[in-house]
Design a protein around this ligand. Structure first.
Ligand SMILES: NC(=O)c1ccc[n+]([C@@H]2O[C@H](COP(=O)([O-])OP(=O)(O)OC[C@H]3O[C@@H](n4cnc5c(N)ncnc54)[C@H](OP(=O)(O)O)[C@@H]3O)[C@@H](O)[C@H]2O)c1
Length: 361
């Protein structure tokens, strides 16, 4: 029995979930991660005990914040501890219940869990949430209706506080956070300006109602941005930092709000790019134009606003009023390469890994 501890159920143990394939941190990346910073392992899975579930991973979410947990990166350092070497990479997952030690769940249930980069594992039933495939495709629980979508919702609505007619600028605008920010801004009666990398992404923004769509890789990007915001910028939803921030700053209006959600252009840096050179200019702008710059993470809003978010956005997603893209790669072993690509913009939409078959599709 592979040294697996006895579980609560006496039923036959299936071969495919007695072992889990998992990806662990092999070494700390300095700069951009490399495939050799990750290692694939196979380990036995314990049987679920009372109150626990044995889960099989269907979809794994790859997220930029994970870079901060790998080391030699300056962002998110205070919010999340460094991941120890040889530990499984963290990540949200959509899973199928394979064996249940909880009366609340039965085999075949689909749940949202935090299994990380592995094909199977055991979690307390209290830490998972049941998903209804009839409400929306289960993969959306990791993107448009999951943590990234919720982040966009609280960041725009509670931190940005949009008013009809205002101009909202967002970069990484085809990703799960940025695309939701732009579309929620449009639904609030704002003028949304999206920034993305490459012509296909820019075309997607134009097709989805953004008033202007810009490629941050264009040599004339700063001039193109100036032309796209003739009335200035009322909300700059900060996802990326770097060159985009530099280009947006001079256009911030009096009373502008800047929800600071992420700085992905700097995640592979070993020291802050937004150093002392930028700070005095920014501070003087913040003072003279009464600009509100507020960092936030989604976590503290979960208890108070997650249900409201789902009630409002799930029907809009179902009816096509909120659109989303997913970029799904096949097989757990593809995760490191897809994650490395995500940090540089190789993804087009929410980056997912299909780890196992999806019985709902
Ligand atoms: N505060 C929170 O609680 C919270 C929660 C979730 C996510 N976040 C943050 O939100 C941001 C977006 O996350 P996401 O999951 O939606 O990621 P995502 O958009 O799927 O992926 C990151 C994107 O960043 C863009 N990018 C990379 N390097 C860039 C650069 N040098 N300049 C401009 N853009 C660059 C790329 O898009 P292009 O090809 O279009 O450039 C890339 O696709 C990230 O900063 C993330 O850390 C924060």
């Amino acid at each position: 029995m592979n040294g697996i501890s006895p579980g609560v159920n006496e039923k036959e143990w299936t071969d495919d979930v007695t072992m889990s394939r998992r990806i662990v941190l092999a070494s700390r990346p300095a700069g951009a991660p490399r495939p050799s910073d990750f290692r694939v392992e196979e380990v036995p899975v314990p049987r679920p005990q009372e109150g626990e579930l044995l889960l099989r991973t269907i979809y794994l979410s790859l997220d930029p914040y994970v870079r901060g947990r790998l080391g030699y990166a300056h962002t998110y350092r205070s919010a999340s501890p460094l991941l120890p070497l040889d530990e499984v990479l963290p990540g949200g997952t959509v899973c199928e219940v394979v064996d249940s030690g909880s009366p609340e769940f039965t085999e075949g249930d689909i749940v949202l869990a935090d299994l990380g980069w592995q094909s199977a594992g055991v979690r307390s039933a209290a830490t998972v949430r049941r998903l209804d495939p009839d409400v929306s495709p289960v993969s959306t629980a990791l993107g448009v209706l999951g943590m990234p979508g919720f982040t966009a919702y609280v960041g725009l609505n509670l931190v940005g506080r949009p008013n009809p007619g205002e101009t909202v600028v967002v970069a990484a605008a085809t990703g799960p956070v940025g695309s939701m920010v732009g579309q929620l801004a449009l639904l609030s009666g704002c003028r949304a300006v999206g920034i993305a990398g490459g012509p296909d992404k820019v075309a997607w923004l134009r097709d989805n109602g953004f008033a202007a769509a810009l490629d941050h890789r264009s040599p004339a990007f700063a001039d193109e941005l100036a032309a796209a915001v003739p009335d200035g910028v009322d909300i700059y939803f900060e996802n990326v930092g770097g060159r985009v921030l530099d280009a947006v700053l001079p256009h911030l209006n009096a009373g502008a709000r800047v929800p600071v959600c992420g700085l992905v252009s700097e995640y592979n840096g070993t020291r802050p790019a937004a150093g002392p050179d930028r700070l005095p200019g920014m501070m003087s702008l913040i003072l003279s134009r009464a600009i509100t710059v507020q960092g936030f993470t989604f976590g503290p809003y979960t208890a108070s606003h997650q249900q409201q978010f789902l009630d409002e956005t799930a029907p809009a997603v179902r009816e096509g009023r909120l659109r989303y893209r997913e970029d799904i790669v096949d097989g757990l072993e593809a995760a490191p390469t897809a994650f490395i690509g995500l940090l540089g913009g190789a993804n087009f939409g929410k980056q997912l890994v299909q780890v196992g078959p999806d019985p709902t599709r």
